[in-house]
Design a protein around this ligand. Structure first.
Ligand code: FES
Length: 89
């Protein structure tokens, strides 16, 4: 069975790309909305399901949403570390 691809968005370079991409077509949720939800405290797919309705329909978006959660949490951790290091210097 061939896997369907909704988009070819590169999650690793999202900080360089300011365009908005719909991740969950069933609920009309964008990558930006997911990143904002993660910054507000959502850190699991279940949180996004409750707050934004991500992955409550066909479920095709689940993997992409989890990748965005991961990269956003990594970015936040990196920014926190840089802030702490700059205060310590
Ligand atoms: S695309 Fe997200 S539930 Fe269908």
């Amino acid at each position: 069975m061939q896997k369907r691809t909704i988009c070819n968005y590169n999650y690793d370079t999202h900080l360089l790309d300011s365009s908005v991409m719909y991740i969950c077509l069933c609920s009309g949720v964008t990558d930006q909305q997911i990143r904002e939800a993660v910054k507000a405290g959502a850190n699991e797919l279940h949180d996004l399901q409750r707050s934004l309705g991500v992955s409550i329909g066909c479920g095709t978006c689940a993997e992409a949403a989890m990748q965005i959660i991961g990269t956003t949490l990594q970015d936040s951790a990196t920014q926190d570390l840089v802030a702490r290091l700059s205060h310590a210097a």
